[in-house]
Design a protein around this ligand. Structure first.
Ligand code: NIG
Ligand code: FE
Length: 431
């Protein structure tokens, strides 16, 4: 029997399902690429995706169904940004300039800038102000094709201010079409009132913050910035284990600026993902592959901090690690909302292929959020989250960079964003 659809996205030049047959060999087959493809949805869920020619055999149309002609365009799952610091007050463009003059990220932080300066402003900001800023960031992400965003706290660093951030994230999730997945990152930095007393702050995170966050059911994940001068591997483990006892799934900022064995730690505590990983060891890669910890690579940060190195993506892929890509959007180390730009950096600097980059911002990112049953591919039963790009071939997403290719964005079967008028030209009087 034919199912009745309330949304039909028809005749895409390339429909990427990311659900290939097990026999897939080349990049296009592995992306589940259907030339001249059509997708049908009902009630916000995908009911069918296949060759346009088979549509009438497979689905019928509800009287008020929406039809979108995607001829000449590429349709793929909505992008998932699985690592962001979405919510913050103030910006840090002066630090950018200082770094251009030669100061390192750590030196800027030691000089009173860095995460602490954003903490100061975020603590002072009202919930309304943070909500307004958060919406602006989400609007921008949505316009670039992102339909789901993980968002970390970590600019509050007191129980009250961390809860404030989480409550704003909850309100954002209610008010904005982009799905927001909250992560508690109370261990992002040592707040000024605990300077020189890291152990005492770790106790506050474990004894006060985690129980309060869990009790209010405000976060899915618990993350820690495991780094020299911030939280040691021992402290990180204590915090992540405490999070687990309260039902928060572990994530870790690991091996970002120095090699500390963060990847190994992530595997030992059963983290869902370990992120950054510029200084990951061979053992760390093997442990992550074995335990199924997703590597979330954030090449925009290495680019923006001009660290002169990137995470060894090819080596990780060859060892069987699942590689996701995310923005790390934040005011200090990566001020961009653009996942397409991240795919270009991933290809040019880490030698990932355009197809691997697409996996990184769809299914692999869904896995980094434990949401792969709902998101990340265009398969029947999953949420109808998709982006329609005004490009003739999927490779243009990474190849043709610095411009926005998003034409329409659909979240849970509903059109939530569209380009005003693609390729509109403004005529100027030639005198
Ligand atoms: O992921 N590594 C720590 N946290 C962020 C930076 C946050 C900031 O500078 O405000 C990161 O790079
Ligand atoms: Fe981060």
């Amino acid at each position: 029997m034919k199912t009745e659809a309330d949304l039909l996205v028809e005749n895409a030049a390339q429909l990427l399902t990311l659900a290939p047959s097990p026999r897939a060999r080349d990049a296009e087959e592995k992306l589940g690429l259907i030339p001249d493809g059509t997708l049908a949805a009902k009630g916000g869920r995908i009911i069918w995706a296949g060759p346009a020619g088979e549509t009438s055999k497979r689905v019928s149309l509800a009287p008020d169904a929406k039809e979108v002609d995607a001829s000449g365009k590429v349709v793929l799952p909505g992008f998932i940004d699985s690592h962001t610091h979405l919510l913050f007050a103030g910006t840090r463009e002066k630090e950018f300039e200082l770094r251009l003059q030669g100061a390192s990220y750590q030196e800027v932080a030691a000089g009173g800038g860095g995460i602490k300066s954003t903490v100061e402003k975020t603590r002072r900001a009202s919930k309304e102000e943070l909500l307004r800023v958060g919406k602006k960031h989400l609007d921008s992400m949505l316009s670039l094709g992102t339909t789901t965003v993980e968002a970390k706290t970590g600019y509050g660093l007191s129980t009250m201010d961390e809860i404030k951030m989480l409550e704003v994230l909850r309100d954002l999730a209610r008010e904005h079409p982009v799905e927001v997945v909250p992560t508690f990152l109370g261990a992002h930095e040592i707040p000024p009132e605990y300077a020189g007393k890291t152990e005492d702050y770790v106790r506050v995170v474990i004894d006060e913050m985690i129980p309060a966050v869990a009790e209010k059911k405000l976060a899915h994940f618990c993350d820690v910035f495991c780094e020299k001068g911030v939280f040691s591997p021992v402290q990180s483990r204590q915090i992540l284990e405490a999070g687990k006892r309260h039902g928060l799934l572990p994530k870790l900022h690991a091996d970002e600026l120095t090699p500390l064995g963060g990847a190994e730690l992530a595997a030992e505590v059963g983290a869902v993902s370990a992120d950054h990983l510029l200084f990951i060891s061979e053992k760390g890669m093997e442990a992550m592959a074995e335990k199924g910890v997703v590597a979330t690579l954030l090449p925009g940060t290495a680019f923006f901090l001009f660290l002169g190195r990137y995470a060894p993506a090819r080596r990780m892929i060859s060892k069987g690690v699942t590689v996701a890509l995310a923005t790390d959007f934040n005011p200090g180390s990566c001020m961009t909302e653009s996942l397409p730009l991240i795919t270009t950096i991933a290809c040019t600097q880490m030698r990932m292929t355009p197809a691997e980059a697409i996996w990184g911002i769809t299914l692999h990112a869904a896995k980094a959020l434990r949401m792969e049953k709902e998101l990340g591919t265009l398969e029947p039963g999953k949420q109808a989250d998709l982006v329609i790009l005004d490009i003739p071939d999927y490779r243009h997403l990474s190849y043709h960079f610095g411009v926005n290719h998003a034409w329409k964005v659909i979240k849970k079967g509903r059109l939530v964003w569209e380009a005003e008028s693609a390729h509109s030209t403004i005529r100027v009087d030639p005198r």
